[in-house]
Design a protein around this ligand. Structure first.
Ligand code: UGA
Length: 446
């Protein structure tokens, strides 16, 4: 809250998913007056009653304090949200369509709403992840609708689920794409952020590509370390030591070198596909980006193969416990969660699949296929023929693994994240199989 009163703005935020809600709430926390809008009345009603529609650490407390301070409001009425607003942040979904392209239907609908109801001179801030050319297209759409007074700036987000509030408050960098004056005005909204992060004022297409490039780099890293892990499996090397050795090269860096069951979530799969689609439509082949997805789509199958091997070749009639439903820890988001793909394959192979997650729920379609949700990990593990770790929630490390070895039908674990304390598990009688690594754990000097 370091901005002076003069710098504070009225901002409408359209879309209350992760991106819109975190952005709107955190901007209100910087002192701005924010009205969040969504077409979903249940969601707005719940938010107005102080209920956050998804699990995101730290968010609820900030919503409560900014609502109490009168700086954060919620409405289903776009016109109302836009009243007196100088900025409108567009944060609606851009899901993949059947061909892998980003579907901009919701975004265009909002833009038409802005054309109809935005106060004169408002700056529209596109926060949704959109293909290059979208911002320019929106600017044209507004002009054609008789609103040349409205400016469009792309301000992509780099918020990861589970750490979104921290990522907003302590960003590595901020990107604002558009005409210099409008981009600068938008950058000022983030002025209260301390310490000051580097601001990149660029053109719209650069901002749009930067977002896709960042996610594609991260996704490709994960796929590459997964490929290295798969090689390690074949030659008996230990990928955990290799991640450390490779990551100690300061040119490479240590993050995002954890192999496993593959990446999921609402961003990497969708964004890598959308980038590759955009390139293809321009006659370009982004072979590395495409390969990141191809490798990822095969990675959960390797865990499936390990589970089947542990089951003696067939899942028919076997009891399988899968720990973790969410696509990663600290979120209840199950979109593109690799553990769910695994569960589907196992249940279709005749297994009785029980899943556990501290907060995420088994989606309806899998429940219908017979996958059940256990209240606790011990309930899932009791009587199981194999346990698979799909999401590396910290609390699984602290389970009473010696007691669980006695409860399990067969104490066999496939650690799809190389996350559990293998030495202790092996001592407790578990047989453990990792991804590109095998017990006993190899040690690296600190
Ligand atoms: C990602 C980016 O990290 C954010 O910067 C970006 O803003 C966001 O997408 C978005 O576009 O909105 P998110 O999808 O929440 O955030 O999750 P990540 O933490 O990036 O993890 C993505 C997937 O990669 C997860 O399934 C995770 O388990 C997997 N992963 C990550 C690995 O398998 N290994 C690693 O070493 C790191």
């Amino acid at each position: 809250m370091n901005s002076s009163e003069a710098d504070l703005a009225h901002i409408a935020v359209v879309g209350t998913g992760y991106v819109g809600l975190v952005t709107g709430t955190c901007l209100a926390d910087l002192g701005h007056h924010v009205t969040c809008n969504d077409v979903n009345p249940q969601r707005i009603e719940a938010l107005a009653a102080g209920q956050v529609p998804f699990y995101e650490p730290g968010l609820e407390a900030i919503i409560q304090r900014t609502v109490s301070a009168g700086r954060l409001r919620f409405t289903t009425d776009l016109r109302q949200a836009l009243q007196g607003a100088a900025f409108a942040i567009v944060a609606v979904g851009t899901p993949s369509d059947a061909a892998g392209a980003a579907d901009l239907t919701a975004l265009h609908k909002v833009v038409d709403g802005l054309a109809a109801a935005a106060p004169k001179g408002l700056v529209a801030i596109i926060r949704s992840t959109v293909p290059p050319g979208t911002g320019d297209g929106v600017q044209r759409r507004l002009r054609d609708a008789g609103r040349p007074d409205l400016q469009v700036v792309n301000a992509p987000e780099f918020l990861a689920e589970g750490t979104a509030v921290k990522d907003f408050q302590e960003p590595d960098r901020l990107v604002f794409g558009g005409d210099a004056k409008a981009a600068q005005e938008v950058a000022k909204l983030w002025e209260g952020i301390r310490p000051v992060a580097k601001r990149h004022l660029v053109d719209r297409a650069t901002a749009e590509v930067a977002k896709y490039a960042a996610n594609t780099f991260l996704a490709a890293r994960v796929s590459l370390i997964n490929e290295v892990a798969n090689l390690c499996d074949a030659v008996g090397a230990d990928v955990r030591a290799i991640s450390a050795i490779v990551g100690e090269d300061t040119r490479i860096g240590a993050k995002f070198l954890r192999p496993g069951i593959g990446y999921g979530g609402s961003c990497f799969p969708k964004d890598v596909q959308a980038l590759a689609f955009t390139a293809r439509s321009l006659g370009l082949n982004l072979a590395v980006a495409e390969a990141a997805e191809t490798t990822n789509n095969a990675q959960w199958q390797r865990v499936h193969a390990k589970a089947l091997k542990a089951l003696g070749g067939s899942a028919q009639g076997k009891a399988v416990a899968i720990l973790g439903i969410a696509f990663k820890p600290e979120t209840d988001d199950t979109r593109y969660a690799p553990g769910l793909r695994l569960a589907k394959a196992l249940v279709e192979g005749g297994a009785k699949v029980r899943m556990h997650d501290p907060i995420a729920k088994v989606p309806h379609d899998l429940v219908q296929q017979g996958v059940t949700q256990s209240n606790g990990p011990d309930q899932a593990i009791a009587g199981s023929d194999v346990v698979v770790l799909a999401t590396e929630w910290k609390q699984y490390n602290a389970l009473d693994w010696p007691a669980l070895a006695k409860k399990a039908g067969r104490p066999v674990l496939v650690d799809g994240r190389n996350a559990l304390p293998w030495e202790a598990l092996v001592k407790a009688g578990w047989s453990v199989e990792g991804i590109g690594a095998h017990p006993p754990r190899l040690t690296v000097t600190p």
